[in-house]
Design a protein around this ligand. Sequence first.
Ligand SMILES: NC(=O)C1=CN([C@@H]2O[C@H](COP(=O)(O)OP(=O)(O)OC[C@H]3O[C@@H](n4cnc5c(N)ncnc54)[C@H](OP(=O)(O)O)[C@@H]3O)[C@@H](O)[C@H]2O)C=CC1
Ligand SMILES: CC(=O)[C@H](N)C(=O)O
Length: 276
Amino acid sequence: MENHEQTRTALVTGASAGLGAEFATQLAERGHNLVLVARSADRLQRHAEQLRAAHGIRVEVIVQDLTAPDATARISADLAAAGLTVDVLVNNAGFGTAGRFEEIPDGRDQEQLMVNVVALVGLTRALVPGMLARGHGSVINVASTAGFQPSPYFATYSAGKTFVLNFSLALRSEYRGRGVRVLALCPGPTQTSFFDTVGERAALGGKMMAAHAVVRAALVALDRDRAYVVPGLGNSLNAHLTPRRPRRLVTAIAKLVTRSVLDTPAPAEPNQPQAA
Ligand SMILES: NC(=O)C1=CN([C@@H]2O[C@H](COP(=O)(O)OP(=O)(O)OC[C@H]3O[C@@H](n4cnc5c(N)ncnc54)[C@H](OP(=O)(O)O)[C@@H]3O)[C@@H](O)[C@H]2O)C=CC1
Ligand SMILES: CC(=O)[C@H](N)C(=O)O
């Protein structure tokens, strides 16, 4: 990462677990001050204390449910009250919904889209103008390999990740030459709490990557000002060599893989804040 960013502030959503906690750790190792956002207050506070002690950086915690329609406004107010400007935004918070569309509990997909899409757009809209005014900044949006094609039984999740990927690519184009980098991170299956939340969905198979390797790949890609990155050779080959047309065939092939989700149980209490 460029030197001028090393003492700047990064805001990471979903920093209480998985990829977000790892983003916080690796950005702290790079000398960034941090703002950690999620619902699980105890986990955030514990991680913040560890990072302050290990790196001597400033770490603030904002406990916020990103399904709330006013989530972005509340976070912006907290940042202003703390006198913080954000130079690196990591829109990472997210969860999955899986199964037959009509069987997913009513409102659940909407909550998922509030976190995975609406809050991501809202925070980007809130924080990018400051980056543009200062002439520098970075946005990492966490998409997924699920965003490269329609995925039956992950219909809204995969469509949301396609949004995140294309939104990021479009913004990157708008901000070229204006000092703001935008990167879409497209991980394949990764060892985090994600599959506890969505149910026993690891049944889709494939080798899981470690969260630290995924985040390292993202930060290297940001250093290189890449548009998007698919960590892991197998994931990258799948994402890039799978034909995109005809779309009906692509969807049918995806369904062969994703239909195994129907054989696995749904979680009892989906997407609650993480236990301390
Ligand atoms: N793991 C994987 O295989 C893959 C994951 N991804 C994406 O990576 C991102 C991170 O997921 P991952 O680390 O794997 O999963 P985890 O379940 O480990 O972490 C999810 C994070 O999102 C936060 N979060 C969930 N719901 C909300 C909410 N309503 N409000 C605020 N924060 C919330 C959680 O915090 P809390 O519960 O405290 O609110 C937690 O910090 C997601 O966008 C996911 O779609 C993409 C591809 C593959
Ligand atoms: C959960 C994900 O988004 C991942 N890309 C997967 O296909 O398992």
